[in-house]
Design a protein around this ligand. Structure first.
Ligand code: DX5
Ligand code: ZN
Length: 225
């Protein structure tokens, strides 16, 4: 589980065969699970009961991306259930540090996510309370959208701080990652790449994961240094 990491998003999988679909990407570093509540985003997916069943059905560390309101109330149970990383949105809470503390106390790594239009600067000071920064490269809510390259300036800013030893955090990107976009994200300094449609629309999802990882590694200056 060292960068570059690939986290297939099961949002693009067949929800009636989730265990099978999870195990079709056994070489994945994390399994990315998009939890949506139809309030924070205009879409509804799955919640805790399905995540609990999926945790029992696969050994791949689970990366829960909570696109929900009130993460202070709803996020810690995902950590208690056994998710490896639990990420919530900065836009959804007034007290992200408290939510991160509760997620970590419940045994998971804590992630902060920001939408494409949300600036990074107001959150730079609090990033030391997090294990992961999830930079959204599409508007959260749906798979299969086009990558927004402008968000890479946020990746570059955090990469510089990490490389300078001023911050220790994993930089993750989510939205529109595929064979055409993974290299520019890797060049900017991403550690972990979420890919939904690029993995699950491929004939062989496991091979798609390996191919994205190879491309990311070849294009990652921070990993070759
Ligand atoms: C969107 C989700 C993503 C989505 C990415 O709100 O957070 O994880 O599954 O899908 P692709 O890779 O198809 O853009
Ligand atoms: Zn996601």
């Amino acid at each position: 589980m060292s960068p570059p990491m690939i986290a297939p998003s099961i949002l693009s999988a067949d929800f009636a065969r989730l265990a099978e679909e999870a195990n079709a990407v056994k070489g994945a570093d994390w399994l990315h699970v998009d939890v949506m509540d139809a309030h924070f985003v205009p879409n509804l997916t799955i919640g805790l009961p399905v995540v609990e069943s999926l945790l029992a059905a696969t050994d791949i560390p689970m990366d829960c991306h909570l696109m929900i309101e009130d993460p202070g109330r709803w996020a810690p149970p995902y950590a208690e259930a056994g998710a490896y990383n639990v990420t919530f949105h900065a836009e959804a809470t007034d007290d992200p540090i408290a939510v991160a503390r509760d997620i970590r106390a419940a045994g998971a790594r804590a992630g902060l996510s920001i939408k494409p239009g949300t600036p990074l600067e107001p959150y730079l000071e609090i990033l030391r309370n997090f294990d992961t920064l999830l930079v959204m490269s599409v508007e959260p809510g749906f798979g299969g959208q086009s990558f927004i390259p402008e968000v890479l300036s946020k990746v570059r800013t955090v990469r510089k701080l990490v490389d300078a030893g001023e911050l220790s955090i994993l930089v993750e990107i989510d939205g529109g990652i595929n064979a055409d976009t993974v290299e520019q994200a890797a060049e900017a300094g991403v550690d972990c790449f979420v890919a939904g449609s690029a993995v699950y629309s491929a004939e062989d999802p496991g091979a798609a994961v390996e191919s994205l990882r190879r491309q990311a590694l070849a294009a990652s200056p921070h990993l070759r240094a």
